[in-house]
Design a protein around this ligand. Sequence first.
Ligand code: GLN
Length: 611
Amino acid sequence: MIKENSPILTCITDIYERYHHINEGNVATYIPELAKANPNLFGICITTPDGQIYQVGESEHSFTIQSISKPFVYGLALADHGVDKIMSKVGVEPTGEAFNSIVFDEENNRPYNPMVNAGAIATTALIKGKGYEQRFNRILTMFERFAGRSLSVDESVFESEKSTGHRNRAIAYLELNAGMLEGNLDEHLDLYFRQCSILVTAKDLAVMAATLANNGINPITQQQAVDPKEVRAILSVMASCGMYDFSGEWLYRIGLPAKSGVGGGIIAVLPGQFGIGTFSPPLDARGNSVRGIKVCEELSQRFKFHLFDSHPVSQTCVSRSYTGAMVSSKRQRRIFQRDFLDKEGDKILVYELKGDLYFATLEKLTRQLQSNQKQAQFIILDGRRVGNVNSSAITLLSEIKQWGLSQEIILILTGFEQKTQNRLQDNGWTDEMFMENIDAALEWCENSLLSRANYDDKILKDQLALEEMDIFKAFTQEEMTVIAPLFTEFSYQPNDFIIREGEQADRLFLLAKGRATVSLKLSQNEQRKRLTSYIPGIAFGELALFDLNLSQRTADIIADTEVICYVLKFDNLKTLLTKHPEVYIKLMQTFGTTLVNTIKRATLEIRSLSV
Ligand code: GLN
């Protein structure tokens, strides 16, 4: 339930009160039953695509849908026969004439459009099904999908129009005569009269309109009421012909696709944003609800809802960009790999995207990609902070993919929503082009660069000797003979804990064989967050060397494979300090330097990520 002081509700209540007392227009009388309508009834409802309903006044009072049925039945006919067939039977040109006018597009031998009676009767005649019952049932259930509830027919209005609808009968006969419609004319007319007599409320209309705003998915039931391609067709004819001979001025003033009915209802749609349903029986000379028009006009002006008011100014969709030389993956590398990646990392470009992707923002991205492309071999586009991705963005992304292929650039997408991934896959992006996050993609690109240069981890598969560790690069053989006895070799099986969070940090490890991962157990669940992984040649746990308090480990390190480590207990260093102080100093300095390098690298990353 929305609160009474909701700003939206306050606004439509204000509009409701402003127009409640105006006394213009007359209720329709040409269908005798409609003449009984109470002219004071007035309801307004707005529904959003996520199902929020704002309503005021008699928004739950039932009345007959009348011509508002037309765009929906048109959608059903399109679904039944496809555009080509329907186009050949009913046009999409405004008539500029009254809703019940007897004019036809002589040149193409068809009614002008499906929003006036002549066109609607022809559309209804095309609804498939065996016989009257089944055909009407298809129409009714279609409306129920839109309204999200079961609907019924006002039998007295139906009988009333059936017995007096001579003008509509005349239109149908002329169409039969001209070959514009086929089959059982009385059945078609009954279907037409009956569909006009379906009972709805302003709230139903708003939900139906919101379903059109929501690509055909009912915001309350989540049911797909109609295919999105029919939604576009429906909204198009509503925009050009929905308000009869007021359609042009309506579009000019209010700027929303809309449809009215002589029962007093109006629907209006702002695609993607909301649907409006209004109910007030008194009509103007053209058959449109007087208060309904005023409500829509006021709403449109207050909020600038006019379709042509909303012209988003294109902004950049790149929140930041950097190269693989500025930011590296969390994977630990050996010194020779690190040096190589520092030099070659600018072949990897990362673009973190943000906001909505549509033609204008992606067009800017394509220019940016092209101007930075000279050295690029890998481009990572991250979609974690991306909002909506519209169809033109999907098309442009596919063009970008093609461009990448032609430039021999490998494109990787990370962090995009699954539904966007699916749409891209329908457009030629393949599975291996998607990765979970930037870090995984960076690691993959770095590995590719390393393996192209034969610097990959494969050459590290045998157990390294102690003196092959990065840390001992600058140590002489004599120094190594002093150091070697201080280390003990340990083996671990896959999934063994090498270091456990909370354990006392009293030793350091040199990884000689296999692979290990640093991870944190996230308190709430058993899930682990992977921080980094180690390969042979790398030292870990060495931070504790400089921690005089011998504090506790802050993360777990778990063996991914069979692992062999050379382990140095800090206690052993005491003998080194007394017997060979110069080796002790060199060892500590070397560890100090690797820490300094790590911090420098982190500073560079922070700098790169901050601009
Ligand atoms: N049933 C009505 C008719 O055909 C519908 C007209 C309307 O709502 N404009 O006359």
